[in-house]
Design a protein around this ligand. Structure first.
Ligand SMILES: Cc1cc2nc3c(=O)[nH]c(=O)nc-3n(C[C@H](O)[C@H](O)[C@H](O)COP(=O)(O)O)c2cc1C
Length: 191
């Protein structure tokens, strides 16, 4: 079974991106992936600061998240958009995880040898696509990760989910399914 990790870059109560992450996790499971759905709320970390790292080392939660990344063949990140970029929470997570290097490991081990998908949701009309550009840049150019082009963007996210938390729009559901299928297919070939 293909192991896929799913998380959202927002931990806000009622987060639209967390809702999309939940729908994506259910869709991946329906497609026979072995899904781990986590919340970054369970892995609090200080804002990255080189002095803090030099004095105290990396937070335990950075190590835990790095090991989570390494234990999965695919990772689906749902990225909210703040000022046409990525949320501090998600960027901080990417940055801390990029710093963890266990004994004998090459740098950026969490980002290599697995495949990433990026989706987004926003109440606005662009569906958070500009945050995806920033996340894709950090993952692929910054960390050397393989990121698939398939995605699901949910615009008008405040109206996009029904009472059960499912996506109302059939076309949007289709893009999510295609993204999940592609992630599983690519991840399956890797490890
Ligand atoms: C600081 C800040 C900046 C934002 N900038 C954007 C933006 O550039 N584009 C956008 O579509 N939404 C923007 N938003 C609105 C967010 O998309 C909205 O708050 C969304 O609900 C956040 O995701 P969440 O529901 O998963 O927490 C911004 C929100 C905040 C708090």
């Amino acid at each position: 079974m293909t192991r896929i990790l799913v998380f959202s870059g927002s931990i806000r109560t009622g987060s639209f991106n967390a809702r999309l992450a939940a729908v994506a996790a259910a869709e991946l499971a329906r497609l026979d992936a072995d899904v781990t759905h986590i919340s970054l709320a369970d892995y609090p970390m200080p804002i990255y600061d080189g002095d803090l790292e030099a004095a105290e080392g990396q937070p335990d939660n950075a190590l835990k998240l790095k090991r989570h990344f390494c234990a999965h063949q695919g990772i689906l990140i749902v990225s909210p958009e703040y000022n046409a970029g990525v949320t501090p929470l998600l960027k901080n997570t990417i940055d801390w995880v990029s710093r963890v290097r266990e004994q004998g490991e090459p740098p950026l081990a969490a980002y290599h040898g697995r495949v990433f998908a990026v989706c987004s949701a926003s109440p606005g009309g662009f569906g958070g696509i500009r945050s995806q550009i920033a996340v894709r840049q950090s993952l692929s150019l910054g960390c050397g990760a393989l990121v698939i082009p398939e995605t699901c963007t949910v615009s008008a996210a405040h109206q996009a989910f029904d009472e059960s938390g499912n996506l109302k729009d059939e076309r949007t559901r289709g893009t999510l399914t295609a993204c999940c299928k592609s992630l599983i297919d690519k991840a399956r070939t890797l490890i």
